[in-house]
Write a protein that binds this ligand. Sequence first.
Ligand code: NAP
Length: 274
Amino acid sequence: MKKIYGIIGDPVAHSLSPVMHNAAFEKLGMDAVYLAFRVSKDELEDAVRGAKSLGISGLNVTIPLKEKALFFVDAEEVAKKIGAINTIDFSSGTPIGYNTDGIGAKKVLEETVGEIKRKRVLILGAGGAARAISFYLDAEGARVTIANRTKERAAQLASNLHNAKSIGLSAEFKKHIKDSDILINATSVGMHPDEDATLVNADMMHPDLVVFDIVYNPMETKLLREAKRAGVKKIVDGVKMLVYQGAASFRIWTKEEPPVEVMEKVVRDALIRD
Ligand code: NAP
């Protein structure tokens, strides 16, 4: 029987996950389909129960449901610490929750810089994605600084990590960029339709900084354009993280190795067409 997977969120029509996972199913010749379901926060509990009753095999969870969804699943320990899930697996009967966002970001950085241990990482943002990423990098032994518009949120996040500091987005933040090996934008600044927005300009960067923007729409954000202008040698867009977090969900659900090149190609093609 055809297996059904999907993504729940609100809004969800823009999601690239259906095109990415359906391409993977097709490449592997699997009898499966991945759909997008618009679900509000109020409908979330019914949606998770309904998915289980209908025999849906797995779900991704996106904005604004990632935190609330924790209440309706048995979550893995890491996801509990992060305080959010983006993946539900129904294969054991009980819905099990996972968070694969941090796994995706960690893999991207390992491919870009090798070992993360002791690297000085400045993460912009203290929302759901920043929490997931900072948790994984901190666990790898990176020296993480969280910089957030709402300073209290940055302090709260840093206090839950082993070796992290927090700052606001003021003058001290510019000095921190000069002293960092890796800069990660995990805010929504620069995302479509505000494509000319950035928190960091070329004059604040140095060429040896690795600049990673997790925003993937547009693929080349203003931050990445500024990084090019500053002569930064290692620039990473958000598509690979999207693909790697999806690939990690795919492995959890299917126990198969996903075709990541195919997944990345269809996502990049879809973003170019947009
Ligand atoms: P979120 O929980 O809503 O957090 C948003 C963050 O952005 C907060 O830290 C917020 O600061 C900050 N922010 C928003 N507007 C700002 C502004 N004008 N100036 C300064 N800071 C601002 O969102 P999220 O789930 O973490 O997602 C963040 C971004 O990452 C989104 O663009 C999302 O599409 C992207 N994302 C990408 C991937 C991927 O796989 N590539 C995965 C997950 C998310 P305050 O705390 O002060 O409000």
